[in-house]
Design a protein around this ligand. Structure first.
Ligand code: LMR
Length: 328
């Protein structure tokens, strides 16, 4: 009897405690490589805020900027291992996982960010979100940064000026081919190393958006920036299929809604920053912005565009056609 009583008391206590105890919120670690005052940095913070407002007991988002947790070369592996739940690497960094996303790296493919938007919202663009499925990732959405410019330690007015110079690129074969087409030397390096490589003159230049050139202070160590708008820097927000499908249905739906809203916000920041950060660089007087005449620009187009043919088979001619059509 005493034994029964003790057991009952223990059970009551156990259930009592369980009744009051809350399960810990599901943690989403969001890792990225850029500064907080960038489109991606702001999007991640907005996502964190929306989740904190709407579902504080269920989910907690922790944001790790500036390659604090993982660089883009490690983050995707870490995601499969369950060490990080979300990231938004640039589409150029999925080279190892799918050839299709290389489309975004083709030089002079999109005339502006509206064209990028139209392509991404088209059926072909939406299908690309699934291109990592076989590798265990879910593409949750695209996020913009902006058009890329080329910064250098020497003035680059014409493509021939880049001959023999070393440029840091993201880990993309298309981008390598793009600089090789200029008879330049491309070097695949992590984003976190770019400032030092430029500062020490180990390399001559790099390509990036106004926002990244400004927030990472590349303009302080690169006296020239050619306003080439030759390519796009865009991101794919990804998670692992295992994590995503393991979420309860209602939680997954609410997290996705918050993320979609954060992406809309991030895209607005991208738009504003492309102009504001360019102006801030000009105002600093540290770097001269080189504007191309139509004829000069045409020379850049003619030098870089043959890269399309090199990758047409891997990417698929129809996909390239769909992207070209988005310029209208
Ligand atoms: C880069 O490596 O230059 C960019 O992908 C960094 C970023 O995430 O914007």
């Amino acid at each position: 009897m005493k034994h029964l009583k003790t057991t009952l008391t223990a059970l009551t206590l156990a259930f009592g405690v369980a009744g009051f105890a809350h399960a810990a919120p599901i943690e989403i670690k969001f890792s990225h490589v850029v500064a907080e005052n960038t489109p991606k940095g702001q999007m991640a913070i907005k996502f964190q805020q929306l989740i904190a407002e709407r579902m504080p007991d269920k989910v907690e988002v922790k944001v790790y900027p500036n390659s604090q947790l993982f660089g883009d070369n490690k983050v995707l592996e870490a995601m499969i291992l369950g060490d990080v739940e979300m990231a938004a690497p640039s589409v150029s960094k999925f080279n190892k996982y799918t050839k299709k996303l290389q489309i975004f790296d083709l030089p002079f493919l999109f005339k502006d960010m509206d064209a990028v938007d139209r392509f991404q919202q088209s059926d072909s663009g939406q299908e690309l979100l699934n291109s990592l499925k076989k590798k265990g990732y879910v593409g949750l959405g695209y996020l913009h940064n902006g058009m890329k410019q080329i910064s250098a330690s020497i003035p680059l007015q014409l493509p021939a000026d880049a001959k023999g110079k070393k440029f840091r690129i993201m880990s993309s074969d298309v981008l390598a081919a793009q600089f090789e087409a200029l008879d330049a030397v491309p070097l695949k390096k992590p984003f976190s190393e770019v400032f030092t490589l430029l500062q020490t003159r180990a390399i001559d230049g790099q390509e990036n958006t106004w926002s990244n050139i400004y927030s990472k202070k590349f303009f302080e160590v690169q006296p020239y920036i050619t306003q080439s708008d030759h390519g796009v820097l865009d991101y794919l927000v990804v998670t692992s299929t295992e994590f995503w499908m393991g979420l309860p249905d209602d939680v997954r739906a609410d997290v996705k809604t918050a993320l979609d809203e954060a992406i809309v916000y991030g895209n607005k920041v991208a738009n504003d920053k492309a102009m504001a950060d360019k102006q801030a660089i000009i105002d600093s007087g540290r770097s001269k912005v080189i504007v191309l005449s139509d004829d000069d620009r045409q020379q850049w187009v003619e030098s870089m565009k043959p890269v399309w043919k090199q990758f047409e088979k891997e990417i698929g001619p129809e996909l390239i056609q769909a992207a070209v059509a988005s310029n209208q």
